[in-house]
Design a protein around this ligand. Sequence first.
Ligand code: DHB
Ligand code: FE
Length: 280
Amino acid sequence: MAKIVGGITTSHIPSIGNAMANNLQQDDYWKPLFDGYGPVKEWLEEVKPDIAIIIYNDHGLNFFLDTVPTFALGCAREYFNDDEGWGIPTLKSVEGDEEFSWHVVQKLIESEFDMTICQEMKVDHGFMVPMNLMWGDKDTWPVKGIPLAVNTVQHPLPSALRCYKLGKALKTAIESYPEDAKVVIIGTGGLSHQLQGERAGIINPDFDIETMDKIVNDPEWLTRFSNAEIMEHAGTEGIEVIMWLVMRGALTDKVKLIHKHYHAPVSNTGAGILVVENDE
Ligand code: DHB
Ligand code: FE
């Protein structure tokens, strides 16, 4: 049977991709961020997942504003990155697991989450930056990757509560897969940031730190916020944090905190990292 071995959250800021491409991890600006990933990598070396489900939002590489699915699951054999205009080098493609994806999408749709089924899907920085942060120092990706895209770009967006419930359905879907597989769930994006408009540049470390604590200990706290309220605290792009709730919903009600790290600013964003395990 497939088993969820834990969950990770991480920001997916594109300039992290540039910093990695230019080997700037020990640079004064970048070191406080990259130091936060050491314990994540150690944990991954220990648990050795076979499959990573990466919850991210497409920022315009695969879906443009004319057609944006609320929730979409990759059901492809392979996922390709491409030039998306941030100057980040295009990274090597990531192998998927079609059989696993089809099982998950079937179960999610049975659970009344009407997923868009993507048999081809280009993956942008939302997916690739986390892959690179976790496993970029290896010659080949040591996991299969499955993209789960959540619309955080074209309003109306799904609510925080809906994302949390999607996580719960995802748990059922994964745990009913008959083959053995160790699955890690990675929620990406956030924390607070706003890239445009009057309040561009907003970072709210107090809200970010409280959110990180609640994601671990009381995730329903965030599900009681409307999207407008989250954006008031965390900025318009800070709404990406709803994707952390998909990860959290897929884990047990109580979780063990393995690692936590926060650093701001990184580019325009408060960058948070969590590693949690199920606490049965
Ligand atoms: C930044 C953060 C994001 O999540 C993103 O998608 C693009 C840019 C930033 O802080 O620069
Ligand atoms: Fe983003």
